[in-house]
Design a protein around this ligand. Sequence first.
Ligand SMILES: [Zn+2]
Length: 252
Amino acid sequence: MIDSHSHLFEEEFKDDLEECLQRCKENNVNKIILVGFSKETNLKAQEYSKKYNIFYPTAGVHPDEADDNYLEKFNDLVKFVDEHKVYAIGECGIDYHYTKENMEIQKKLLHLQCKLAIERDLPIIIHMRDATKDTYDILKEYQGKLRGVMHCYSGSLEMAYEFMKLGFYISLGGPVTFKNAKEPKDVAMNIPLDRLLIETDCPFLSPEPFRGKRNESANVFYVCKKIAELRGITFEEVERQTEENTKNLFRI
Ligand SMILES: [Zn+2]
């Protein structure tokens, strides 16, 4: 199994990373996409990947970073990608959950990172929260040139199909196990299995039965299990196909 979106370099894991990796082994999680989102975390993803070969690092500038220094941050990212092996650009995207004040800068940052991903022939990892239309409109401009994943997708099934048409995979995380999460379940049951990825987004969004606690990569097991249950197929089938999808997307 592959956790296609993890932040195991975060503070939350500083005391027991080795145990987290041991639990990955026990749950048969053998690859982890380690996702950076800022200058500091992009570097951490690299450092961890050199130390542990389970990790595949990415680098990006998150919409939370969208301020007046965005161009400098983007230029740092370009330089970083020149100097390091990364498996994807991102996470990046649009997030209007807390503020829309910086929306123009958020959009510019996403455009820049789409172009960078195309230029370097890398997939892009998209974070989208309360911003479906603006995110879709931007990604559509690059249709046919850009490939990537809608990470921790929480939108409608209908929009999932639209993103798939643009060349995107759909990744589901902990929320698919939540009792009241209608849309992720709808997506899990209906989209073609060959477009589906699974993830944790740890330390956030723990699946049931750990909801509310710190999340970790080993818990992608519960996401896989839930999706198999919802689709009425075997665990192994979801495991095998999502693993293949993730390898295809990130070329690992
Ligand atoms: Zn993330």
